[in-house]
Design a protein. Structure first.
Length: 191
């Protein structure tokens, strides 16, 4: 379409389109699990930074590395959702490790947030596209059995009498249970 034929969109239309695009992006990845993990990593790092400097410096870098790893897992969950299981399990393990290295994992708040966010991200599954609609009932006369998956049994159409099409009516001599083989089996069962 040429540029002069396009209508100008207002700010509300642009904002609505951006909101719809953001909603689609957010639904295509474990968004809330990643956000919770990012908050847990930030809280753990903040607690680690507020500790007095008298503590031994051998523990401080480990606590900050754990918090940085949690933040990295949260960002990777947002931007690489295909590997969500790996990142979620790594975030759970890092938040458990933060118990020892970051002053009880940020006073337990960071650890609990990391565990909850990792579990949420691990449990997330992408939405499946909707199934195609079934053809209308009269359309099967044209298609035949082409729409049925291989191995599926053919559906029998019932005649008004209640018996399947193509089967002859039962003769009065041969009623159910009167066949010789069935009578022999029943006799064996009684013995």
């Amino acid at each position: 379409m040429p540029a002069h034929a396009r209508k100008r969109r207002g700010a509300a239309a642009v904002a609505g389109a951006a909101r719809r695009a953001g909603r689609g992006w957010r639904r295509s990845r474990p968004f809330w699990g990643a956000v919770i993990i990012l908050v847990a990593g930030g809280e753990t790092a903040a607690v680690r930074f507020t500790l007095p400097l008298r503590t031994t410096w051998t523990i401080v870098p480990a606590g900050l590395l754990i918090a940085g790893g949690m933040i990295a897992c949260g960002l990777l969950l947002l931007f690489d959702p295909a590997q969500r299981s790996l990142y979620a399990v790594a975030a759970i393990l890092l938040s458990i490790t933060a118990l020892e290295t970051s002053h009880l994992g940020g006073y337990l708040v960071g650890t609990l947030l990391g565990l909850g966010g990792g579990a949420t991200a691990f449990a997330w599954v992408p939405g499946l596209p909707p199934a195609p609609p079934a053809p209308p009932p009269g359309f099967t006369l044209i298609l035949g059995d082409a729409h049925r998956p291989p191995g599926a049994a053919a559906r029998r159409h019932r005649q008004p009498s209640g018996r399947p099409a193509g089967r002859p009516a039962a003769s009065p001599r041969r009623l159910a249970g009167s066949e010789p083989g069935i009578q022999r089996d029943r006799q064996r069962d009684r013995d």
